[in-house]
Design a protein around this ligand. Structure first.
Ligand SMILES: Nc1ncnc2c1ncn2[C@@H]1O[C@H](COP(=O)(O)OP(=O)(O)OP(=O)(O)O)[C@@H](O)[C@H]1O
Length: 263
């Protein structure tokens, strides 16, 4: 096990008393349709907040707003007490926000190690060269692959990986930037039942042992009940409930929203 990482504020401007993430009245409308509506919540440092909700409830759209890939049409977003509402994704990333996507963002013919190496070069401002003789990123690449359980797959191409290994590689690429706040969009999607426990354990380590704040969209309730401090339930773009997993699953309003789909 690698030693826990100290996740310090990158630019020293953070207000340590402020929540890591604060959303106030956040909304997004497009083409006359309101996709995300009036979301107000705060996330404290080190918390694990999971988002659940029926298909099309607006969970991915909310992650897009938080990460800056979509700009909100209402409300505000603050990171560590600093308003980020109009700031682009790369500025939020510099403030320690990292995310994975629902669909795979890997290059099929590129090796596992080269994915991580490219991410390291991009993060450290190096040039995109995979053939350098004296590779300054070797130790970092090895370390990240070991932390994510992919050391033995360093030379495999992404196309040779199982779904679970692909998800681990996406996490490995994300970890290169040492995000303090990680947004994981359905990290178990497409992963076989046998691979779910190892992936769950990796996410638990990133949260509990490495101290990262995690927001995760996930449909597997059994996975979430062992990980999440709080569950946020989204329905028709709104926040229907936000509480402990026990309270949320017992909430009749939530059960009603899931009627016919199972919670
Ligand atoms: N760019 C867009 N333009 C128009 N409608 C959109 C756009 N992006 C998303 N939507 C719509 O917004 C709604 C919410 O989509 P979103 O992907 O955020 O839901 P979700 O809760 O993540 O769903 P799932 O669990 O199926 O991934 C859907 O009805 C979707 O079709």
């Amino acid at each position: 096990m690698t030693a826990p990482h100290t996740l310090g504020h990158r630019d020293g401007r953070a207000d340590s008393a402020a929540p890591v993430l604060q959303l106030d009245g956040l909304g997004w409308s497009i083409g006359g349709a309101t996709i995300v509506q009036d979301i107000t919540l705060s996330v404290r440092e080190g918390e694990f907040l999971a988002f659940i909700g029926p298909n099309g409830a607006g969970k991915t759209s909310l992650f897009n707003l938080i990460s800056g890939t979509t700009m909100p049409t209402a409300g505000t977003i603050a990171l560590d007490g600093t308003d980020m509402t109009d700031r682009p994704a790369h500025v939020r990333a510099r403030r320690g926000l990292g995310r994975t996507f629902q669909t795979s963002s890997l290059w099929p013919a590129m090796t596992v190690a080269d994915h991580v190496r490219l991410a390291a070069q991009a993060a450290r401002g190096g040039s995109y060269r995979l053939w350098r003789r004296a590779d300054p990123y070797t130790a970092e690449v090895d370390g990240v692959l070991e932390r994510t359980g992919l050391g033995h797959r360093a030379g495999a191409t992404a196309s040779e990986l199982s779904h679970g290994e692909k998800r681990k590689l996406e996490l490995a690429v994300l970890l290169v930037g040492e995000p303090r706040l990680m947004l994981l969009d359905e990290p178990m999607a497409g992963v076989s039942a046998e691979e779910v426990p190892a992936l769950t354990e990796l996410i638990r380590t990133l949260h509990r042992e490495e101290g990262r704040t995690v927001l995760m969209v996930e449909h597997h309730m059994d996975v979430l009940l062992g990980l999440a401090d709080r569950l946020a339930v989204m329905h028709h773009g709104r926040l229907l409930a936000l509480d402990t997993p026990e309270a949320v699953t017992a909430d009749p309003t939530v059960q009603q929203a899931y009627l016919g789909e199972g919670l």
